[in-house]
Design a protein around this ligand. Structure first.
Ligand code: DHE
Length: 515
């Protein structure tokens, strides 16, 4: 049975609308017939949207597993480009080609429809956020020590995307300790409180969830936006910052219970409204750093003391889609996917200082750094080209482009590992992962964990001895490898396990992990 999402709520069943089962066929026939007649004349774009797009892009085009499709969010995409995406799909994304199902007139009608304002204007303000807030249990009433016998620093939080669940895995015994339903379509890395007790999740449709890893209890939930990018947690554990595409704003939440503290519209210096590309915490700076998608600005929001969350604006050379930091958090490496290049911004000086050649649409949020010949280097996968870009973090020159067997999404390593692991996410070889020798920058091994099934995203145990890999398939699995011998240790069946996050590695912002 297909599930749909109502405008601002949780999943409901299509059959929950009151049709008696026996009458359903007739009722549907009656509903469908007028559209069928209309289709012979002009394509009914709204019906086409419901049939082909709504499953991913959400009721009323507000976004779901796919982005929102509204004039407000399509600003950077020209109608001709949108037409081409519907027809041919979008390379290096989950967007399929529809030319085998839709004719030219139908694609034209759909494109026009996407650029029409929504019937119900997408609004989600302070009152909506506060009304959505649910505090399920006061964490102060719960034990503040782990109520399980696993090492709390070696737990893995595993997102099982195929059925919208989260698993908590013991990183010593590799057993699932508990499993609970998540919001629909979590995206980005969950983030942790500095002591590792709490974990924060963001779903693409704006729900933020707070979960207690000591007590295995969901604490609170808030809907912070309609279409959310990602979240960051301050290094003092006090604040959660949520970056939204729709409405374009930042929501500052109290990290203890997810209540709304402040809503900040993201408008450039000249007043132009912008979506938020990504937000991260910069621990040594005691600040959040924010990239804006539609205006050339980076924002820094200090969070120490009693913060007012007024942004310090830094002019950027280009619009920013994604970014990463140097190990000392002084420099920010940012990309604009349209410009197919990158820039380096000095956060102390507050200005761009270098351009970097990154032609393959890097997924910089997944980039990692390590030391080679005494110098910090940075490597990032690219989602449009089968290559890993490796940069020198001192003079920003491109050290090498390592060819892979297809474009990839994720990269991980560990200070104790000689290898950087990276997946081939797209194309016929997407069942492979490459292990790059961190010193020679050559591919040392290529694994095919489950031939024919997409292998993606790895995470190390806290000590770096083992690697947990996702086979991103309905009949997929988590596979545990010995990180040195590459011997398979265990296989745990799962439905599209996506990201996995080791508590110890994440709270230490360990070398080799994502921010
Ligand atoms: Fe992600 C992280 C952007 C599509 C799975 N992805 C991130 C981050 C950004 C980002 C900025 C870092 C946020 C963080 O961790 O706080 N992702 C984008 C895109 O712009 C892109 C290409 C298009 C989009 O739809 O937004 C995109 N991402 C995808 C997918 O299609 C993936 C494979 C499946 C999904 O869940 O939608 C996907 N992205 C992930 C995962 C992470 C992520 C699992 C966390 C990686 C980590 O190890 O930290």
């Amino acid at each position: 049975m297909r599930l749909i999402r109502p405008l601002l709520g949780r999943s409901v069943s299509l059959l929950g609308c009151g049709f008696p089962l026996l009458g359903l066929g007739l009722a549907l026939a009656l509903l469908v017939a007028p559209h069928a007649i209309q289709a012979a004349e002009t394509p009914d774009a709204e019906a086409l949207y419901r049939t082909h797009c709504q499953g991913c892009h959400g009721v009323d085009r507000l976004g779901g597993a796919g982005p929102a499709l509204l004039p407000e969010s399509l600003g950077r995409l020209k109608p001709d480009e949108a037409r081409a995406v519907i027809r041919d799909g979008r390379p290096a994304s989950q967007m399929a080609a529809f030319s085998d199902r839709l004719g030219a007139a139908e694609i034209d009608a759909l494109t026009d429809y996407l650029y029409q304002p929504a019937a119900v204007p997408p609004r989600w303000g302070e009152a909506d956020i506060r009304a959505s807030h649910r505090l399920l249990v006061d964490p102060a009433t719960l034990p503040d020590t782990p109520q399980h016998d696993a090492d709390p620093m070696n737990l893995f939080v595993v997102v099982e995307a195929g059925n919208h669940h989260v698993n908590i895995l013991d990183g010593d015994r590799f057993e699932v300790l508990t499993r609970f339903p998540s919001q629909f379509a979590l995206h980005g890395g969950p983030k942790f409180s500095p002591d590792g007790r709490f974990v924060y999740f963001a779903s693409r449709d704006g729900w933020i969830s707070l979960y207690d890893l000591h007590n295995f209890r969901l604490i609170a939930e808030t809907r912070a936006g309609i279409n959310t990018r990602n979240l960051a947690v301050s290094n003092d554990g006090r604040w959660v910052l949520v970056g939204n595409y729709l409405p374009g704003n930042l929501a500052v939440l109290d990290a203890r219970d997810l209540s709304l503290h402040k809503l900040i519209p993201t408008k450039g210096q000249d007043g132009t409204a912008s979506r938020v590309s990504a937000v991260y915490t910069a621990p040594p700076r005691g600040s959040f750093v924010v990239a804006l998608k539609d205006v050339r600005e980076v924002w820094e929001l200090p969070y120490g003391g009693t913060p007012d969350f007024e942004p310090r604006r830094i002019a950027a050379r280009d619009l920013l889609d994604d970014f990463s930091f140097t190990p000392d958090y002084r420099y920010l490496l940012a990309t604009s996917r349209q410009a197919k290049g990158g820039q380096v911004i000095d956060l102390d000086a507050g200005e761009p200082v270098a351009q970097v050649p990154l032609p393959g649409m890097p997924h910089l949020g997944s980039g990692i750094y390590w030391k080679r010949d005494g110098r910090w280097i940075f490597a990032t996968p690219n989602i449009a080209k089968g290559l890993i870009s490796v940069l020198d973090l001192k003079d920003w020159h491109l050290i090498k482009e390592i060819p892979t067997e297809g474009p990839g999404f994720f990269m991980r390593s560990h200070a104790n590992s000689p290898y950087a692991w990276t997946d081939v996410f797209f194309g016929p070889n997407n069942d492979r992962v490459h292990l790059i020798d961190k010193q020679t920058l050559a591919i040392a091994h290529t694994l095919r964990p489950m031939p024919g099934k997409n292998a993606a995203h790895v995470e190390f145990t806290k000590d770096g001895r083992y690697v947990v890999l996702s086979v991103w398939d309905t009949d997929g699995a988590l596979i545990v490898y010995d990180a040195r011998t590459l011997e398979e240790i265990k296989r745990i069946p799962m439905n599209k396990p996506s990201g996995k996050y080791n508590v110890g590695n994440k709270i230490e912002f360990a070398e080799g992990t994502s921010h």
